[in-house]
Design a protein around this ligand. Structure first.
Ligand SMILES: Cc1ncc(COP(=O)(O)O)c(C=O)c1O
Length: 423
């Protein structure tokens, strides 16, 4: 069994830095850790927004994961990775016409409707396609998940339809032609480390499902309770207690399933499944002392991994980082910077690391979620880093590092000598 360090070293040796390195065994373990903490009546949908690499999705799919997608590209990746349309839910606050048409053509398990306008648009496209389209209504509840640093529900957001409004008007949604409303969807927050909070959130959503189905005397066939299960990034955080999670969730969902045996229960998860399976590796390019602080300048920074620099967080704290090249017994405090001409390009502030030299490889753990897909990879035209999967003792390049040629090829050079002047 290789340690994560030897896996990262192998990947970096083969493909250089900056690179994201994924530990395939850890990914599979995390997925089953979640699945095993839920009863069989719950299906886990992997959220591609968290990390959409086709090889990672394929590995998860081969272990049984379904997929949640938020764009037509994520939909195509899910299909390429082996997902069937019946194991795809499609959501997001701005679905373009061509995206909706593709989802309708495929017949995904549910298009999750985020507004009343969208319901009518889907109805119109369904009519044109000569189909009855399966949809779920996303509700923004009057309940907010405790312990989530990013809340998508329980407060004003661009997601879903307000609970009171939705409950009052659900009868009119049920009358919209060419769509079949198969259930409800709620996604309230992310990175929740408290099992009780996920439980209370799920319980509230199941209650909402019951309330609406009883009020309108309708039998639904799905409920998507979101999820938001988190991972610890900082020393003061404690990992989600999976045993407590299991002891709360198993009876909750099992009781619901006894009452509604034909309702597919969906939990969405991204961070919990892939977060701890990913590492971000950079090489130290130069070290210098500036105004009394020692700066370690690396070949990948916030352009590759904005989450580690605290993008979206009020309090900036360091993700765990280690120097995997150094054997030094001594530690020193460093400011770890990236390659950008921006003073904010710092991925480790006052970071204690083993004594570091130029050429050393530094690794940030907990990097599998919201890494490249939520980073400004094109800043300074450095491009996106390579991505490498180490699985069953093999090193697989799963995304090529951008090159000057690949970045420039996307730009269109105007030949001004041929411009036609419009009157
Ligand atoms: C609707 C929806 N589903 C799933 C996710 C994935 O969340 P997580 O990474 O917390 O599992 C998100 C994250 O924002 C989301 O908005």
């Amino acid at each position: 069994m290789q340690t994560h360090k030897s896996k990262i070293l192998k990947a970096v040796e083969a493909h250089g830095t900056p690179s994201y390195v994924y530990d395939g065994e850890q990914l599979v373990h995390n997925y089953h850790n979640l699945v095993n903490a839920l009863p069989d009546c719950v299906d886990v949908f992997y959220a591609l927004k968290v990390n959409p690499n086709v090889s990672l999705v394929k590995l998860l799919r081969s272990e049984g994961a379904c997929t949640e997608v938020c764009s037509v590209t994520e939909m195509e990746i899910a299909l390429k990775a082996g997902s069937t349309p019946q194991d795809i839910v499609y959501l997001g606050p701005c679905k373009k016409d061509y995206e909706l048409k593709r989802a309708i053509e495929l017949g995904v398990f549910a298009i999750v409707i985020e507004s009343e306008t969208e319901l009518y648009r889907v109805s119109k496209f369904a009519e044109a396609a000569g189909k009855v389209v399966e949809v779920a209504i996303r509700i923004n509840p009057d309940f907010s998940a405790k312990g989530s640093p990013w809340k998508m529900g329980g407060r004003p957001t661009q997601f879903g339809i307000d609970e009171k409004h939705a409950v009052k008007n659900f009868g009119s949604y049920l009358k919209v032609p060419h769509v079949h409303i198969k259930g409800i969807h709620v996604y309230n927050g992310t990175n929740i480390l408290d099992a009780q909070s996920v439980y209370e959130n799920s319980k509230y959503i199941l209650g909402l499902y019951e309330q609406i189905s009883e009020k309108y005397q309708v039998t639904f066939s799905m409920v998507d309770v979101g999820g938001g299960m988190g991972i610890p990034y900082f020393p003061n955080q404690v990992a989600l207690d999976i045993d407590e999670f299991r002891s709360l969730m198993v009876p909750l969902f099992s009781d619901f399933h006894k009452k509604y045996p034909n309702t597919r229960i969906i939990m969405e998860s991204g961070r919990f499944i892939i977060g701890t399976a990913g590492y971000f590796g950079v090489t130290v390019n130069n070290i210098k002392v500036n105004h009394g602080k020692t700066f370690v300048v690396t070949d990948g920074g916030t352009n590759c991994h904005s989450a580690s620099a605290g993008a979206g967080r009020v309090v900036k704290r360091n993700f765990p980082m280690e120097n995997i090249s150094s054997d030094s017994e001594k530690t020193k405090e460093y400011q770890v910077a990236g390659p950008l001409c921006s003073p904010d390009d710092i991925i480790g502030r006052n970071m204690m690391l083993k004594e570091t030299r130029e050429g050393d490889v530094l690794v940030i753990s907990g990097s599998g979620a919201y890494g490249p897909s939520s980073s400004p990879g094109l800043f300074h035209s450095h491009g996106f880093p390579a991505e490498v999967l180490v699985y069953q003792d093999k090193v697989h390049l799963i995304r090529k590092r951008d090159t000057s040629a690949s970045i420039i090829s996307q730009q269109v050079e105007v030949d001004f000598s041929k411009e036609v002047v419009l009157q």
